[in-house]
Design a protein around this ligand. Structure first.
Ligand SMILES: [Zn+2]
Length: 404
């Protein structure tokens, strides 16, 4: 596709935010405060300044939604680590354009420019092993189709692309390395690894960089599009973009070393998250950095969790479960996966409507193709001491063959 047409398709909100990002990098703290106050105060007037968690948005979705005209919004969904899903409305056009302005700014640190060759190995499970999207110039490598048996074919295809950027979740990055073999992975023409949306412990980032030497980019974002932060190689912390949303760090009861990430989105259309408790935690900033924007030392909200498939390969729960973006979340009240032995998962579900059983089982069996599934439909699912529903429990001793 003609590069100029592609660029034009990035859309007006993309170019607006692109400018805003560049300008805001030169602002001082007061200028940032003034800009944020201007965008925040009408929202506080409309919704009050109370801090709200997911449950309020789940119970009163309409109260926080603006301009919900047919065709202008789409439904966004989040699974969340508490496994109670949340549906909300997102701007159909501008949100995606805005998102790309920020994500591309994050990626640019590795030299990425819009529409450079990009290979994605995350949640999208394409129809084939590798699917090419011409408009985006993106190759989707399917996590469910990549197995020890198809690894060689995947390597041949990846080598044919020429230099490319690799977009992964931190957990899927290690699965990819396992499946392709470390030496073969290291010899791929990778210009940079773009690993976000999931926790990536610093020691893991460092050992990856030491071993492979590829530029590594990491960031924090969440499905509700209210807060976005970029990992900073200079201070090893995260800097939050002030024009993406307004982020606050509020105390956590009983834990002085961590703070809650509370965020306000500045979008005009769709669900407006205002002083929204994301459920994610951070370590507050203990030092300064020469780079722009407010920082925290670390983000400690989400953990990497794996199950072991029938070939003994580690599979990321985030990829298989939280990357689902269809009606699956709507028919559920609660869900929990239990692994007692490799290659097999027990799915415990409470459905809103028991008639959805057949659809659910068929959908999950296709989705979780690398393992066998058993289904249980209990009346209740036990919680942890802190009241959280664990969406995934792995019995001790279930380990991948690749761990040893
Ligand atoms: Zn920094």
């Amino acid at each position: 596709m003609n590069p100029r047409i592609r660029e034009w398709l990035l859309g007006p909100a993309y170019f607006h935010h692109r400018r805003l990002i560049e300008e805001s990098k030169k602002w001082d703290a007061e200028r940032i405060r003034n800009w944020q106050r201007k965008h925040l105060s009408p929202l506080l007037t409309r919704y009050s300044d109370a801090v709200r968690d997911k449950s309020e948005y789940r119970e009163n979705p309409d109260r926080f939604t603006r301009w919900c005209l047919p065709g202008f919004t789409v439904i966004g969904r989040t699974g969340g680590t508490t496994a109670l899903p949340l549906s909300f409305r997102m701007d159909r056009f501008a949100r995606r354009q805005k998102e790309r302005a920020y994500i591309f700014d994050i990626w640019s640190e590795a030299g990425y420019r819009p529409f450079d060759n990009l290979v994605v190995f995350r949640g999208k499970t394409g129809r084939g092993l590798i699917t090419y999207n011409r408009r985006e110039n993106t190759w989707i490598l399917s996590p469910s189709k990549l197995t020890p048996q198809t690894g060689a074919a995947a390597l041949r295809a990846l080598n044919r692309i020429g230099p490319f950027f690799l977009n992964v979740f931190p957990s899927t990055l290690f699965i990819l390395i396992d499946l392709l073999g470390a030496d073969a992975f290291g010899s791929l023409p990778i210009r940079g690894v773009l690993a976000g949306s999931e926790m990536f412990p610093q020691s893991q980032m460092r050992s990856f960089s030491d071993r492979f030497g590829f530029p590594l980019i990491h960031w924090y974002g969440h499905s509700e599009y209210a807060a976005l932060a970029k990992y900073c190689p200079e201070c090893s912390g995260f800097h939050f973009y002030p024009t993406y949303g307004y982020t606050e760090f509020l105390p956590l009861d009983g834990d002085e070393s961590r703070v809650r990430i509370v965020a306000t989105s500045f979008n005009r259309i769709g669900t407006q998250f205002v002083r929204y408790d994301t459920g994610d935690l951070a370590r507050p900033s203990s030092r300064t950095c020469t780079r722009p924007f407010e920082r925290v030392d670390a983000i400690e909200g989400r953990i990497q969790e794996y199950f072991v498939d029938r070939n003994g390969v580690n599979r990321s729960m985030v990829t298989f479960l939280f990357a689902i973006h269809n009606r699956f979340w709507d028919i559920l009240r609660e869900i929990q996966f239990i692994q007692r032995m490799p290659g097999r998962l027990t799915v415990r579900t409470i459905l809103k409507d028991p008639e959805e059983q057949a659809w659910l089982e068929k959908f999950l069996r296709e989705r979780f193709e690398p393992v066998d599934l058993d289904f249980e439909y209990p009346e209740t699912i036990a919680r942890t001491a802190t009241g959280k529903l664990r969406y995934f429990i792995s019995a001790d001793g279930v380990k991948s063959a690749l761990d040893s």
